[in-house]
Ligand binder design. Structure first.
Ligand SMILES: Nc1ncnc2c1ncn2[C@@H]1O[C@H](COP(=O)(O)OP(=O)(O)OP(=O)(O)O)[C@@H](O)[C@H]1O
Ligand SMILES: [Mg+2]
Length: 310
């Protein structure tokens, strides 16, 4: 664990009792004080907590969280999506659930609502739930230890806990990462996004092996040498490639309708999200088709110069 990650782990105070009857000791060591609940009463936290992060803003973290979560739930997994972008909540809109949100993450952390009250069930899938972010609060209001305990409790109830991370590397990022066990890095084929992704990878715990999604690839531009290819991006980041998503107007339409493309059987992008979900779930799959093949050598040279190593 890096020095920075240890620094995330603030004191043991303010672990909410609203996490439900199963609220119990945390397995991460982040909370120094055990709770009063006997350990045997709590189900083990079997679920997998994955943070979707990027450093750079607007590259597709929320879109990815909504679509991967939808695709995992469609496979029968119990999934909760946590909007950790306090102050700028969006995930509810992408899922079309905004009218159902009554309580949010900070209500639970501050014991104004129970987890059961705050979890919003998806319209389409029984096994998909959302924990919305507060819209009118600050990222600094979240106590890291309480957030960590919340994620552990969610791991008791769900198979996957997908955490939609805010942009940046400040407190909101630290809180989103604190309870997670794995990271998916979303990056677009832009030099600035690659540099930010590289920085974020360097801030994650040393023993993590984050996976990469390259989003908004435009194959025609890659072929013409006007856009970085997936290989250009990953020659810098060196991460296992979870998948590639093309630039696709349907994503914006789907977002506005609150209907993730992962549910659209006719959409190639939907199929790409479903393939990523299958890979995450451990299915052995043939390599998913990548929406580009070309490679722009000049871009790679530029990238190498700009990044110059971590
Ligand atoms: N593959 C894609 N093709 C076209 N548009 C996309 C694609 N992926 C994301 N977008 C659009 O890009 C915009 C930003 O996406 P999104 O909100 O998911 O990014 P984000 O990383 O969560 O942003 P922020 O850092 O602000 O939280 C949205 O309008 C979304 O619809
Ligand atoms: Mg977002």
């Amino acid at each position: 664990m890096t020095t920075m990650m240890r620094a995330f782990e603030t004191g043991a105070a303010a672990v909410p009792s609203t996490l439900g009857t199963a609220a119990a000791p945390v397995d991460s060591g982040a909370l120094a004080e055990p709770t009063s609940q006997p350990a045997q009463e709590a189900a083990p936290p079997h679920g997998r907590a994955i943070v979707i992060t990027s450093g750079k803003g607007g590259v597709g973290k929320t879109t990815t969280t909504a679509n991967l979560g939808t695709a995992l739930a469609a496979r029968g997994a119990r999934v909760v999506l946590v909007d950790a972008d306090v102050g700028l909540r969006n995930l509810d809109i992408v899922l079309g659930l905004e009218s159902r949100v009554r309580f949010h993450l900070l209500d639970v952390l501050e014991e104004k609502a129970t987890l059961d009250e705050a979890l919003v069930r998806d319209k389409r899938s029984e096994s998909l739930s959302l924990l919305a972010a507060a819209q009118t609060r600050e990222k600094e209001d979240v106590v890291t230890a309480a957030m960590t305990a919340l994620i552990v409790e969610l791991r008791r109830r769900f198979d996957y806990v997908l955490i939609d991370c805010p942009a940046g590397i400040e407190k909101g990022f630290k809180n989103a990462v604190a309870g997670a066990q794995h990271a998916i890095i979303v990056c677009t084929p832009e030099v600035s996004a690659v540099r930010d992704a590289d920085r974020v990878v360097g801030l994650l715990p040393n023993d993590w092996r984050p996976e990469l999604i390259v989003n908004r690839v435009r194959p025609q531009l890659v072929k013409k040498g006007k856009m970085l290819s997936v290989d250009d991006v990953n020659d810098i980041l060196h991460l296992p490639l979870l998948g590639v998503i093309a630039e696709e107007p349907g994503v914006i339409i789907a977002t506005n309708k609150g209907e993730p493309l992962a549910l659209d059987a006719t959409s190639e992008t939907g199929a790409a999200y479903r393939a990523m979900a299958a890979k995450l779930a451990g299915d052995a799959l043939p390599a998913s088709p990548r929406p580009q093949d070309g490679r722009a050598g000049s871009w790679f040279a530029k990238l190498g110069t700009l990044l110059g190593g971590r």
